[in-house]
Design a protein around this ligand. Sequence first.
Ligand code: C2E
Ligand code: CA
Ligand code: CA
Ligand code: CA
Length: 278
Amino acid sequence: RNQGRGLAFATSDQQSGSRSSEALALERDLHRALDNEEFFLVYQPQMDLRQGQIVGVEALLRWHHPERGLVSPIQFIPVLEDTGLITRVGDWVIAEACRQSAQWSAQGLILRVGINLSPRQFLEPTLFDRVMLLIAETGANPNEIELEITESLAMQEPATAIALLQRFRAADIQIAIDDFGIGHSSLEYLLKFPIDAIKIDRAFVINVTNALADRAIVRAVTAIGQTLGLNIIAEGVETLRQCDFLEALGVTEIQGYLIGKPMPPRDLIMLLQTFSRP
Ligand code: C2E
Ligand code: CA
Ligand code: CA
Ligand code: CA
């Protein structure tokens, strides 16, 4: 085991030519983070605008560094990706989110749990089998699991991506296209993908109340989504005004600080109770 890790160090050091010393310091500490149980997940609620109910959550990874405190995933996810550590940490995320999902199901809560997959994870040939194994081991309900993938990576090899997505779909697992609108992909490709949801990037939500072009894009995406029976989730909704605009444009769900920040399960349960109260 130790030998294996030593090797991983050597390989990643060789590849790190241009990496900053900051990234190297993070990398060194990330190697220990999993075993030291420094990672945890928080869950951000997603509200269905038609029902006024929280119907799902997105699982978001957090790293509590022993000296630095909380480190943002914006900083450490790229390092995990570059070093290949994302495979182990990503499996931990899937297992932990599935375990939480199974626990919520056991408590009678119907809550879809979104799990982020990084490009590197998505391209691993063993991904499907590992996800199925982790679902089986934790007792999670496959149809309450939604995998979030980014359009850019899915576009790289459309035929491979479509085949993989079809396997997930056949296994009853839902698929969402994350950060929609910021890639350079063709809409035509996307329409060929067997998906369940599109997540509209926060960049469009910010401008939806004042920029005609962004509003037009959101309107076009929701129109296509409606035709295809997809869920359209708007991300980063912070104000009631944005929510009203998005609802009028046909968005079906919102996620953002307006509904709740990413939070530990305990707080989420309290939020769910306030929502279900008449
Ligand atoms: P993302 O998948 O687009 O996740 C949404 C991000 O927007 C989260 O940032 C969330 O906290 C933030 N957010 C949500 N609502 C609002 C809002 O109303 N206002 C503002 N300003 N921000 C909002 P977070 O948690 O820092 O995560 C950043 C990114 O890190 C994620 O973007 C995702 O790409 C990546 N990430 C997080 N967890 C994981 C993970 O488990 N696996 C992988 N592969 N990537 C992850
Ligand atoms: Ca996401
Ligand atoms: Ca996103
Ligand atoms: Ca994003």
